[in-house]
Design a protein around this ligand. Sequence first.
Ligand SMILES: CC(C)(COP(=O)(O)OP(=O)(O)OC[C@H]1O[C@@H](n2cnc3c(N)ncnc32)[C@H](O)[C@@H]1OP(=O)(O)O)[C@@H](O)C(=O)NCCC(=O)NCCS
Length: 186
Amino acid sequence: MPGIRPYERSDIDSVRSICLKTTDMRKKTEVERKAIINTFCNYYVECEPQNCFVAVDDDDNAVGYIICAENYSRYEKNFFEKYYPIIKKCGTFKAMLAKASAMITKRYAGFYPAHMHIDILPEYQRMGLGTQLMDTLVNHLKQKKIRGLMLVVGAKNEKGISFYQKYGFKKIATVSGSVVMGLELM
Ligand SMILES: CC(C)(COP(=O)(O)OP(=O)(O)OC[C@H]1O[C@@H](n2cnc3c(N)ncnc32)[C@H](O)[C@@H]1OP(=O)(O)O)[C@@H](O)C(=O)NCCC(=O)NCCS
């Protein structure tokens, strides 16, 4: 039966692959793939592996993940020092999107210091794994006394918005085609 466990270093390729598979990859080039994983994936698994969890199949292969940065200031410093320069080499537009994505959350970081990304392979969706991943991260952050968790979701991602609302996230802002959602933890 699929289950949840802490992220391990050996999960890195699976996590990157899930990140790409759950993005619309039809026309993506190698450079675009590189920009995506450096925008949405690498910081979290490389700099905060202790705040990442995976959903696994019967053979312990990752089929989904939740990855989190617990403190916005630390994320901002490391993201812009280490990952943004790689994204910039992938193109100006990619860099603009990555910067916008990172900066949207900055305004709300006082109330919601942590932010996250969650993705599950299509064949493992709607089985309760997303909820289990959320429960695992939320309990973990509560133990660390983190006051709030936020995320940014595309305004057209009805499935994602419905999932987050059912979990208890509130819409806190809509910014150029994206919705910022937050969950108070304390
Ligand atoms: C969004 C996502 C993480 C949800 O995970 P999941 O394991 O499928 O969700 P769960 O099975 O735990 O569903 C919990 C609740 O969320 C809502 N939900 C989940 N999938 C939904 C869908 N396709 N349509 C509408 N509501 C949905 C439902 O209220 C559901 O409760 P129910 O099954 O009792 O009706 C997963 O579908 C996913 O990875 N999607 C693709 C990538 C993505 O959009 N990630 C978020 C980017 S910000």
